[in-house]
Design a protein around this ligand. Structure first.
Ligand SMILES: Cc1cc2nc3c(=O)[nH]c(=O)nc-3n(C[C@H](O)[C@H](O)[C@H](O)COP(=O)(O)OP(=O)(O)OC[C@H]3O[C@@H](n4cnc5c(N)ncnc54)[C@H](O)[C@@H]3O)c2cc1C
Length: 220
């Protein structure tokens, strides 16, 4: 991994992920989100995965819970494990948190390795930094693709801000021309405001009975 200035002067170079014998160390691994999800799904029997189910409510009783979906289906189960992200419906049962805007936008795209003008063809994660603006080139080695991630400060807290390429390029004025060229050649960016939630005091309700039904996955 390398951290460089916007002009490609090297600031830090280190091995990543750094594996040591110390089990207390927090190892970072790089995996494309779609690959992670496919890895998890491939371990489940297909009949256990139900897509196009958007949960609108979870109701807990003493020894079971009901999950209600917008398609009219409801399911009762001994245990509901919710992994529905920052807007989680289930989380509101046991805690009430409001997402906090980080003050940053992230603009992302996936491009082919050869479109990076040699800046990302050696399986090295490169982070170019100029003030509060950062450009990540994250190698997705076996796909021969690169994830381009640009993070910039912004006062616009819209979850999906409407950003044009020329706005992105303005932030990159001080960056190496090759980096600007990479961005110039990208047709479409996925633009998001970055939000966070404070650490949770609780992660579960009291409803943890003996298992009756397990390993069924509902996702929107
Ligand atoms: C632009 C951007 C870049 C990021 N980059 C990185 C990075 O490089 N590395 C990193 O570690 N983290 C990164 N993060 C953060 C990371 O994406 C999140 O921390 C992580 O995805 C949170 O995981 P999660 O399982 O809690 O929720 P999510 O990944 O948001 O998953 C929630 C899932 O639940 C589904 N869902 C939502 N509501 C319902 C519902 N009502 N019913 C059924 N299904 C529902 C959603 O469709 C989604 O599939 C990034 C985030 C953003 C926005």
């Amino acid at each position: 991994m390398e951290i460089l200035t916007g002009n490609r002067d090297l600031l830090i170079k280190e091995e990543c992920p750094l594996f040591t014998e110390n089990s207390d160390e927090r190892w970072a691994r790089l995996i494309h989100r779609a690959d992670l999800i496919n890895t998890l799904i491939s371990q489940l029997p297909p009949e256990s995965v139900h897509l196009n189910h958007k949960c609108e409510r979870v109701i807990t009783y003493n020894d079971y819970a009901e999950a209600h979906f917008t398609n009219g289906i409801s399911v009762d189960a001994d245990l509901v494990i919710s992994a529905d992200g920052i807007h989680s419906k289930a989380r509101s049962i046991f805690c009430n948190v409001t997402p906090v805007y980080s003050g940053y936008h992230a603009y992302r795209a996936i491009i082919n390795e050869e479109a990076t003008f040699g800046l990302a063809s050696d399986n090295t994660l490169r982070i170019f930094v100029d003030g509060q603006v950062q450009v990540y080139l994250l190698p997705l080695q076996y796909r021969k693709q690169i994830s381009v991630d640009i993070t910039v400060p912004s006062e616009d807290p819209s979850w999906r801000p409407d950003i044009e390429k020329k706005d992105i390029l303005k932030h990159l004025r001080n960056f190496d021309p090759k980096i600007q060229q990479i961005v110039e050649s990208i047709e479409e960016f996925n633009c998001r405001a970055l939000y966070d939630i404070d650490p949770l005091e609780r992660w579960s309700s009291n409803c943890i009975p003996p298992a009756r039904r397990c390993c069924t996955c509902y996702a929107s």
